[in-house]
Design a protein around this ligand. Structure first.
Ligand SMILES: [Mg+2]
Length: 214
C-alpha cells in the first residue's frame, strides 16, 4: 500500500497498488509529536503456532496475540501524540493487522509496511574483523521518509523492539522488550507512562532514552 499526501488539506488517502482508494485517513495533527509504532513483538505477537491460549484473531497463516494492555496503551498514545504505524512486515499483512487492532476512532497519520522500508546490506563480523563481502540485507526504517511528509524529527519518536530496524534513527528510538505471548507482560503500561513524559519535549533527540524503563 502506498500513501499519497495531499499537502493542501493535510489529509492522507490510503491507496492500493492498483490506485483504488481504500479508505480516507484522518487529517493530521502536526502540533503533536509524531509517535511511530512497530507491530510485531511490539504491539502483537504473530506466530504460525498456537500458544497455550487462544489468539485474538488470525491473519493469513498467522495467529495474532495482542500484547496485554494494548487498548489502554493506544488510548493513552492517541491522547498525547499523532500516531502512525510502521512495520517491516509485508504491506497486506500490516494493513490487515492494523484494521483489527486499531479502532477507527484512533487517527493514524500513515500505515506503512515493508515497501516503505529501505534494504541495507549488513556486514558480517567474522572472528576479529568485518567480512569484506556483504552479508544479507535487512529492512530498516529511515526517518527521512517521515520528514519529507512535513514532520520534524525533533518531534518524532519511533518505538520498535528491534534496535537494528531503527538504528539509523538513534535519537528518536525507544526500544521496548519483545513480546512473544507472555500474558503477564506489562511493558505497554510502563511504555505509555514513559511516553507521556515526552509529549511536550521540544527536541526528543536530546533526551537519553536508553534505560527508559528504570
Ligand atoms: Mg518488531
Amino acid at each position: 500500500m502506498e500513501e499519497d499526501y495531499a499537502p493542501h488539506t493535510g489529509t492522507f488517502w490510503a491507496v492500493s497498488n492498483v490506485g483504488i482508494c481504500l479508505f480516507k485517513m484522518h487529517a493530521i495533527d502536526f502540533s503533536k509529536t509524531l509517535l511511530i509504532l512497530d507491530l510485531d513483538e511490539t504491539l502483537i505477537h504473530a506466530t504460525p503456532n498456537v500458544l497455550d491460549y487462544e489468539p485474538a484473531f488470525q491473519v493469513f497463516e498467522y495467529h495474532i496475540y495482542l500484547r496485554p494492555h494494548l487498548s489502554t496503551f493506544l488510548q493513552t498514545c492517541t491522547e498525547h501524540f499523532t500516531l502512525a504505524v510502521w512495520s517491516s512486515a509485508g504491506d497486506n499483512y500490516v494493513n490487515e493487522v492494523v484494521k483489527q487492532i486499531i479502532p477507527p476512532t484512533i487517527p493514524l497519520a500513515f500505515v506503512w509496511g515493508r515497501s516503505k522500508c529501505t534494504m541495507r546490506a549488513e556486514h558480517i563480523f567474522e572472528e576479529d574483523h568485518y567480512s569484506p563481502h556483504l552479508g544479507h540485507h535487512r529492512a530498516v526504517k529511515l526517518l527521512k521518509k517521515v520528514k519529507s511528509l512535513g514532520f520534524r524529527l525533533e518531534r518524532t519518536l519511533i518505538v520498535d523492539d528491534s534496535p537494528h530496524k531503527a538504528k539509523f534513527n538513534y535519537g528518536n528510538a525507544i526500544y521496548p522488550k519483545p513480546f512473544e505471548g507472555d500474558r503477564a507482560d506489562d511493558e505497554l503500561l510502563a511504555l505509555g507512562d514513559y511516553l507521556t513524559t515526552l509529549k511536550d519535549v521540544e527536541n526528543v533527540r536530546k533526551i537519553e532514552k536508553r534505560g527508559w524503563r528504570n
